[in-house]
Write a protein that binds this ligand. Sequence first.
Ligand code: GDP
Length: 430
Amino acid sequence: MVKAIVGANWGDEGKGKITDMMAQEADIVVRFQGGANAGHTIVNNYGKFALHTLPSGVFYGHTTSVIGNGVALDIPKLIRELKSIVERNVPQPKILVSDRAQIVMPYHILFDQYEEERLGGKSFGSTKSGIAPFYSDKYAKIGFQVSELFDEELLREKVERTCQLKNVLLEHLYHKPLIDPAQLLEILHEYRDMIAPYVGDVSAFLDKALKEGKTVLLEGQLGTLKDPDHGIYPMVTSSSTLAAYGAIGAGVPPYEIQQIVTVCKAYSSAVGAGAFVSELSGDQAEELRRRGGDGGEYGATTGRPRRVGWFDCVASRYGCRLQGTTDVAFTVLDVLGYLDEIPVCVGYEIDGEVTADFPVTSRLNRAKPVLEKLPGWKCDIRGIRNYGDLPENCRRYIEFIESRIGYPITMVSNGPGRDDIIYRESALKA
Ligand code: GDP
């Protein structure tokens, strides 16, 4: 059976921790979209790790970690990340990289930077990891599949052809140094040798595994609001962040995805630009940012301070709906223990009308939050393992949010570690 772990919001909801935890009882963990532009932070018995490309199952001997065809594969980054965890005494993980995954080329990273420079103040807040140029080329059918690294004739011809095209832009649009095809070919040979030990037919591997009754986790990056179709376009990422895309980006039948765990953080955070209706500013923001996550709300990849705000029921209900949520994992709840009362965004006011439906971006940009205040619980809830042992106001907060988003909260995370989890029976059915 296949289970997906995805985000309801802007990303950074704590998917890495939930994946690491659920990987204890899984055989295979697959990354199916995105690239090394975002990260997961995982705290386990080997220490604290920020993963960008490797699936969050790499810390277990019993799991195979898979890079699916939907991923933007940055080969040197993957190899560096693998080396960095092995150096910290994590046993060499079993890795399988799809022969159909496409490669982030050195020029994708440069084009990402050049385009941000060109756009100046109108930029999309890219992390400059090459992701947007990568996916543009994939769909323009000028991307490089991993399998193509192993066909020298094809590779040589394609490198020549691509350089011609890219060099026109470099010369006339960006006024930057041109790409030398011979040098690029050499780099791709290095990439080929680095990745060769890990390459295989991922969809065939997963098909066999599913027939043998194995459990496969699909690990999403970012969240619904960053989806290019259903998110806050154009301030989105370039590949779909939805569980449904897991079927495509891993190569499994859609009906195999039987559990969809949507991760929601107990307050909101976002990195990069774009509408964020319940965003806080000033001292309140600074305090939540400092206390948030595990050691503050700062991007795992970029170190950028995250924007923070109150929990947004409108965005999260929409985020859960588009994911096809069967279970909500409600995370980082322990952080809110300092507040006397906790505002929650329950509606958006747009042009004088209040709605609980998440709007298209042009309307979203005019939305103001409608807040409702709930009493805080004023204590540390870390270490609690039974739902009934949580303070009453804390349970009230969880149940209020559950009723507003309309999807069952079956897991509550009250600390960054694997064991900081409370399972809960919900009266709601997905
Ligand atoms: P992801 O991209 O969705 O995996 O999220 P990140 O890893 O970027 O951000 C989640 C942060 O919160 C990480 O620093 C985690 O270690 C931390 N975290 C996850 N769950 C909890 C929790 O329940 N409580 C606290 N305090 N931190 C958590």
